[in-house]
Design a protein around this ligand. Structure first.
Ligand code: SAM
Length: 300
């Protein structure tokens, strides 16, 4: 293992690039490097981002999770393969890339994604206890790994039906293959959530990892639209990454992955802009407080 160059050089900029070279030679940051590497990224000015990416270009490719986000093989950063890999804590075992993936998977943002899957599963557990023939609609379903995990671990939910909406045909294909043992219970719909029209009413309308990409006006539009698709005792749950996301700059600088981060009060304001009564709205979060959940009931 090479010696950490932070100890050897005096020029601050050179010191940073020597340190990056050292990380690249070591296959990525190890646990003792996390704090230093993160503080370097957090201190990079917007005008220096491109130059920084050139320095780490040997890992900004599909061999790493950060590179997958950067390359965007499906045209957007959080695609179904990346999200599914986060859920499975997948790590490239090639020593050139392994530590980069372990670093990515250990970031609070990745943990918050895994936590939101657990949040979904807890919701479904309560729902099937309350309603035998529950109907769920998922907007921006991606890999549908959350659905797969719930149905695989909670057998006997044969009357539960799930309608998936995603505008990416590759995501639909992947989720269909993944969930093939639940054929008949799940419908797959390749359509933009902004355009989908439902003739059915749902007990739960769930959306995770989608509204963070929308501007407030689309967020409001979708609440107005989908509240009409809820059963009288139904609920809509929408996740949004918080402004407190500590992984924000890592996502932006390394993966060119930008989200519309929001506060709890942003979410209350958006619900109010969509003309939803205050008493029908609450905001919840997963244990890290990074993924917020706007919850809207149809009736009190
Ligand atoms: C970050 S993934 C989240 C996947 C899944 N909900 C989860 O949390 O595991 C977002 C998904 O939303 C889909 N998506 C993005 N914009 C969409 C839109 N306007 N309508 C439907 N799907 C959309 C993408 O194709 C992608 O599969």
């Amino acid at each position: 293992m090479n010696q950490n160059p932070l100890l050897l050089n005096d020029n601050p900029e050179e010191k940073v690039f020597e340190y990056i070279r050292y990380l690249l030679e070591n296959g990525g940051p190890e646990l003792q490097d996390y704090e230093k590497f993160t503080s370097i990224i957090n201190a990079i000015n917007p005008e220096d981002v491109d130059n920084f990416r050139v320095k780490i270009k040997s890992v900004l490719n599909e061999n790493t999770l950060i590179g997958h986000g950067f390359v965007k093989p499906y045209g957007y950063p959080g695609d179904f393969t990346l999200i599914d890999k986060i859920y499975r804590f997948d790590v490239n075992q090639d020593p050139k890339y392994k530590n980069w993936d372990i670093f990515f998977q250990n970031q609070p943002g990745a943990n918050a994604v895994r936590n939101r899957k657990n949040f979904f599963i807890e919701y479904c557990k309560k729902l099937v206890l309350r309603k035998e023939n529950a109907k769920i609609l998922i907007l921006g379903s991606g890999p549908a790994s959350d659905v797969y995990e719930f149905l695989s671990t909670h057998t006997g939910c044969n009357n539960l039906t799930v309608d998936l909406i995603d505008f990416d045909q590759s995501a639909i294909n992947f989720s269909k293959e993944k969930n093939k043992k639940f054929d008949g219970q799940i419908s797959y719909n390749k359509i933009n959530a902004l355009r989908f029209n439902s003739y059915k009413l749902y007990d739960l309308i769930w959306s995770a990892g989608l509204f963070d990409y929308f501007k407030d006006k689309h967020f409001t539009f979708l609440i107005r639209k989908y509240i009409n698709c809820l059963e009288e005792d139904g609920e809509m749950v929408i996740s949004n990454f918080s402004t407190k996301n500590p992984t924000k700059r890592l996502m932006e600088v390394l993966s060119d992955w930008y989200l519309n981060l929001r506060t709890e009060s942003d979410l209350f304001r958006i619900a109010s802009d969509a003309n939803v009564d205050k008493e029908l709205v609450s905001v919840d979060k997963e244990p890290l407080g990074i993924n917020l959940f706007l919850k809207i009931r149809k009736t009190p």
